[in-house]
Design a protein around this ligand. Structure first.
Ligand code: SF4
Length: 347
């Protein structure tokens, strides 16, 4: 996959827009064990302003070096649930496979970006065999999530893997978690759409954060996927200064609905190191979600959700999950389904 990975490869108007601090930080990013990579398509959607909602998602920002007392190296606690090097089993009937360490966006807020900096290649054959052997001992697994990075960064490898899964496990639901329809939509052609449609039960979870990400190419591809009978669910991360207002989100979800997609999750940000400048305070997020619910029909309204820090699993967010404040007043205590309390920063 051809990705922009340095200042000199950026479109001239973006390169010219870099401050001295930003340019210097881009040079430092890899030394810090973080990736910088973006597809030409996604970069072409960005404006040169520092607060442009597309630019901010991929352009390294010196604020990533600010200390965050709440940051966790493994915000979702995946290590607790890892059953094979790339296989995570947290929920009874689902497992998640990290297929590769590449992504067309390398979002600055991604909780797996340290892993992606290793640029792990597509999962090798011997690991696929180990995953299959594990799945055969677990008949309760109904769904396998193919995640990454982004599995569709390597469509040929993804095609081989999906075909093999379908061959071995005819009724296992496959969920392809991807941002390629946004970051590099021309990478997916009609033959590949036909292939995906022929391997159902298969659905897609597509990461989309802002209406401007829906370029004509992305719209055509997403409508094509939905038109081929592939259920497409939209996952959005709530991001400060990017989409943290009801009007932007309402426009995004209405557009998605019109394309035949289902808004699924609006995620509260995970506590990955160096991402606090993207975090919307939880109470503000709840107020915004109330506003959004008043604007949208139920079909267009995703669930507002959070992965409890440290491995507590996913919960849907509403006023009732806040059980109180932590001792210092810097955290809110969130109640999970079993009544256990988990701290999450209040600001
Ligand atoms: S698209 Fe997803 S996997 Fe890729 S960098 Fe963004 S959040 Fe991470």
């Amino acid at each position: 996959m051809n990705l922009i990975t340095g200042v000199r490869e950026l479109p001239p108007r973006l390169a010219a827009s870099l401050s001295y601090e930003e340019a210097a930080y881009i040079e430092r990013v890899k030394e810090r064990g973080l990736p910088f990579a973006v597809s030409g398509h996604f970069a072409s959607l960005a404006g040169p302003e520092r607060d442009d909602p597309i630019r901010r998602q991929f352009m390294p920002d010196p604020r990533e070096e600010q200390a965050d007392p709440f940051a966790l190296e493994d915000p979702l606690g995946e290590a607790r649930y890892r059953v094979l090097p790339r296989l995570v089993h947290q929920y009874r009937d689902r497992a998640l496979l990290k297929t590769c360490g590449l992504c067309g966006g390398c979002c600055r807020f991604c909780f797996r970006r340290v892993w992606m900096a290793e640029e792990a290649p597509f999962i090798p054959e011997e690991e696929v065999l180990a995953v299959f052997a594990w799945l055969k001992t677990r008949p309760e697994i109904r769904e396998l999530l193919l995640s990454g990075g982004d599995p569709l960064c390597a469509p040929e490898e993804a095609e081989r893997l999906i075909s093999r899964i379908r061959g071995e496990f005819p009724s296992l639901r496959i969920r392809v978690c991807t941002r390629i329809p946004i970051t590099d939509p021309l990478r997916i052609d009609s033959a590949f759409i036909g292939f995906l449609a022929s391997r159902r039960p298969l659905r897609m979870a597509v990461h989309i954060n802002h209406p401007r990400e829906l370029s004509p190419e992305s719209r055509a591809l997403l409508a094509g996927l939905a038109g081929a009978g592939i259920p497409v669910h939209v996952q959005t991360v709530l991001l400060k200064g990017i989409n943290d207002n009801a009007e932007t989100l309402a426009n995004l979800f209405e557009d998605c609905l019109d394309l035949g997609l289902s808004p699924y999750y609006l995620f509260q940000l995970d506590l990955a190191p160096g991402t606090a400048h993207f975090r919307v305070p939880l109470r503000k997020g709840l107020a915004l979600y109330r506003e959004l619910a008043a604007l949208l029909s139920g079909l267009a309204l995703p669930s507002y959700a959070l992965d409890l820090p440290g491995g507590g699993g996913k919960i849907r967010l509403h006023e009732g999950v806040i059980a109180g404040e932590g001792p210092e007043g810097t955290t809110l205590l969130l109640r999970d389904r079993d009544g256990r309390l988990w701290p999450y920063p209040s600001g």
